[in-house]
Design a binder for this molecule. Structure first.
Ligand code: TYM
Length: 341
């Protein structure tokens, strides 16, 4: 049976890339699938987090999910650290995955930079925990932005290797011929890779030192308009057709954002704005962005006024998540040959 799992790190404000690349699709998938959405607090601590700021960010990300349209009654919404099976299965996967697989992860290479000796061991093993997040529910579909594709390929490799390494044992226990599913990444929409507003060759990210590089879900209307007005562009007018965006990263990015925010195709947006200057287009883009994001920001603020209610939602979601994860983890222990009571 298809089951959706995805998560975001509470390591700062969510931004337009998180929203358009992932969250919008999460909301849609609730219509057709059973969904589990997680705030991955254990992933956040792969780099040092201030404890008070982390607690605040966990609640903020939860509020953002709900404000964007995740229904905690229908979908399971929880934070990772409350379901210890994630950590347990991650350890097992640390023993299945190979050093070479992890060493090839581009996100690790980017984050570690030149100082490889000094990053946490957790940062290196990060994709193993991500595989555990997904597979502890035996989830089949994972909606994410483009940048998570390589991690999801690794998740597939881990599932396949586990199924092979323990194939006879899995069959003997009558647990089917593939215990873990080979998960499908779901990377869809016109904004699977939202770029920085300051540099069309870099992705929009929480860790960019310039706040002008991104639109945060907590930004007010004036800030959003100002950031769009200041976004980098080139001197040419907008093209009338999509192929005219080739080699124009900044223009391509803004058109993609417009299309995603207004539920239109890029071709359709260019049919309206092609041939015009950026100033008019940017003003229209700011209007669309504010119209879409202001209600979400407002709803987030309303939810955050009652942190106890957010904590209650997370506790309830965690109990529901554990009810699925615990029997899977018990089967994993049986497969491995662990003694359990
Ligand atoms: P994170 O927290 O960096 O990002 C959360 C989601 O937002 C997407 N995203 C983007 N999409 C388009 N354009 C961008 N500029 C952009 N920036 C971020 C990401 O692709 C992601 O979908 N490792 C994950 C979290 C995670 C996870 C999981 C995801 C942990 N366990 C299991 C799926 C399944 C991460 O760091 O995402």
């Amino acid at each position: 049976k298809p089951l959706v799992f995805s998560g975001m790190q509470p390591s700062g404000d969510l931004h337009l890339g998180n929203y358009l690349g992932a969250l919008v699709n999460w909301v849609r998938m609730q219509e057709t699938h059973d969904c589990i959405y997680c705030v991955v607090d254990m992933h956040a601590i792969t780099v040092w987090q201030d404890p008070a700021a982390l607690k605040k960010a966990i609640r903020e990300v939860t509020a953002a999910y709900i404000a964007a349209g995740i229904d905690p009654k229908r979908s399971i919404l929880f934070n990772q650290s409350q379901v210890h099976e994630h950590a347990e299965l991650a350890w097992v996967f640390n023993c299945v995955a190979r050093m070479g697989w992890m060493s090839r992860m581009t996100q690790f290479k980017e984050k570690a930079g030149k100082d490889r000796e000094n990053v946490s061991l957790g940062l290196f093993a990060y994709p193993s925990l991500m595989a555990a997040d997904i597979l502890v529910y035996r989830a089949t579909h994972v909606p994410v932005g483009e940048d998570q594709k390589q991690h999801l390929e690794l998740t597939r490799d881990i599932a396949i290797k586990f199924n092979n390494d323990f194939g006879p044992r899995i069959a003997e226990l009558g647990l089917g011929d593939g215990f873990f599913p080979v998960t499908e990444p779901v990377i869809m929409g016109p904004a699977t890779r939202v770029m920085s507003l300051r540099d069309g060759t870099k992705k929009m990210s929480k860790s960019d030192p310039s706040d002008y590089s991104r639109i945060n879900l907590t930004d007010d209307a004036d800030t959003i308009s100002q950031k769009i007005r200041k976004a980098r562009t080139d001197p040419e007018p907008l093209p009338s057709e999509e192929k005219g965006l080739e080699g124009r990263a900044e223009a391509d990015n803004l058109v993609g954002i417009f299309a995603a925010l207004s539920n239109r195709s890029k071709a359709d947006v260019l049919a309206e704005f092609g041939g015009g200057q950026f100033s008019g287009f940017k003003a229209a883009l700011a209007d669309v962005a504010v119209a879409k994001l202001a209600p979400i920001t407002g709803e987030m603020q309303r939810l955050l006024a009652d942190p106890a209610e957010i904590d209650r939602i997370l506790a309830e979601g965690s109990a529901r998540a554990r009810a699925i994860a615990a029997p899977v983890m018990a089967s994993v222990k049986d497969i491995l040959g662990f003694v359990r009571s």
